[in-house]
Ligand binder design. Structure first.
Ligand code: PLP
Length: 404
């Protein structure tokens, strides 16, 4: 008789975005004349940039001829893409990362949820709270967490590191030493960033206690301030304790096209075994590689035309962020983020819970956002708006909220 992996059953039934979708569907059925504006989900809305589209067309044509056809991609990804990543994302910033330490994938969601497979189930994980839910959920599925307590909204065996207005949304070292530390900066959902000194302190801490930092830099392209790190490898000592996850989704609009990469330096070892070789083994066995066409499109992200066009896209979203930030600030809201990330994190007014504010905003302004509590217990009393909408809708949504 087969048995299921009953760790899956531990996950609370209703995932954040499906609950939102249900509520919004019900509202639109009951109010067919109302225009609902979605500032909730973290998907991009701008089309792929022309430099990427041109490259895609060209790569498709290559697949039509025997001489230029490509079958299975190399396990780590094509050399042309890994070299472009190394040159632009690392060497140009003075970071010592080699092309063969870069693993091309279909995106940061898969990598951030799969990376835990190469670690023992005994490892204790620590996560920023609130944060992108995939880190905890994937550890739940693996059986690394204990049980969920609906009252506290916490899992046993998970170290939560609160990130709130009180600590400027930067986590403090936990009381108990973790083995795997998930850091996400710029942060989803708070939009917060940490300074280079703060990140350096995390590296020093991880090296001291023998922990690994899994650093999710999916929103790196949105950084606008000086003195904040674009990659964890700007910090000294990161090569022995840090894995970095990157995505082409948010900087280049690949949410539907799918492309990302993970960096594992060869200096990270446990009892002489390189994590790099374990992840290479996993890539070779459990992953089919991102398609040639898509990896060529990724290479175009680093072309001169690609860089210029994508800079404009990021600026477009960040202008939306400014509209939201300024509008809500003027209306008396307490707002955070929005400077180094396309996310605006606001304190709910009048001590409403996150879901109360969700309902209020949907009913009164017909605007959809994301309840902060869906990202972890410390997100309760906060709310996330995103800058990924189009400009006109963003302006209209802010005007409606301001009028409430
Ligand atoms: N990491 C963070 C922090 C995210 O917020 C998201 C998507 O919202 C992802 C990773 C997923 O990236 P990808 O589209 O590359 O899977």
């Amino acid at each position: 008789m087969f048995k299921i992996n009953d760790n899956y059953l531990k996950l609370p039934g209703s995932y954040l975005f499906s609950t939102i979708a249900k509520k919004v569907n019900q509202f639109t059925v009951e109010n067919p004349d109302k225009k609902v504006i979605r500032l909730g989900i973290g998907d991009v809305t701008q089309p792929l940039a022309p430099a990427i589209i041109d490259t895609l067309h060209h790569a498709v044509d290559e697949m039509a001829k025997a001489e230029t056809f490509h079958g299975y991609a190399p396990d780590l990804g094509y050399e042309f893409l890994r070299t472009a990543i190394r040159d632009n994302d690392y060497a140009a910033r003075g970071c010592d990362i080699q092309a063969d330490e870069i693993f091309v994938s279909d995106g940061a969601k898969s990598d951030s949820s799969n990376i835990q497979e190469i670690f023992s189930l005994d490892n204790k994980i620590a996560v920023c709270d609130p944060v992108y839910p995939v880190y905890v959920d994937s550890n739940v599925m693996a059986g690394r967490t204990g049980t969920y307590d609906p009252a506290t909204e916490c899992w046993s065996n998970v170290i939560y590191m609160p990130c709130t207005a009180e600590n400027n949304f930067a986590p403090e070292f936990p009381e108990k030493d973790p083995d795997l530390i998930y850091l996400c900066f710029p942060n989803n959902p708070t939009g917060a960033m940490i300074t280079k000194d703060q990140l350096q302190a995390w590296i020093d801490y991880a090296n001291k206690i023998g922990a690994i930092i899994i650093y999710d830099a999916a929103y790196e392209a949105y950084i606008s301030e000086e003195n904040v790190p674009h990659t964890i490898y700007e910090c000294e000592g990161a090569r022995t304790c840090a894995i970095e996850l990157k995505s082409f989704s948010k900087n280049a609009g690949f949410t539907g096209t799918r492309l990302g990469y993970t960096v594992i330096p060869k200096d990270i070892k446990s009892n002489g075994v390189m994590l790099h070789s374990l992840w290479a083994r996993r890539h070779g066995t459990k992953y089919n590689g991102a398609p040639y066409i898509i990896q060529r499109a990724g290479e175009a992200v680093y072309s001169e035309a690609g860089k210029a066009q994508l800079k404009e896209q990021v600026a477009y979203y960040m202008n939306n962020a400014k509209v939201i930030m300024e509008g809500l600030k003027n209306a008396g809201y307490e707002v955070y983020g929005g400077v180094n990330a396309p996310y605006i994190w606001l304190k709910t007014p009048n001590q409403m819970t996150s879901w109360e504010f969700f309902d209020y905003l949907l009913e009164k302004a017909n605007v959809v956002g994301t309840p902060g509590s869906g990202f972890g217990p410390s997100g309760e009393g906060y709310f996330r708006l995103t800058a990924f909408g189009n400009y006109e809708n963003t302006v209209e949504a802010v005007e409606r909220i301001v009028r409430l």
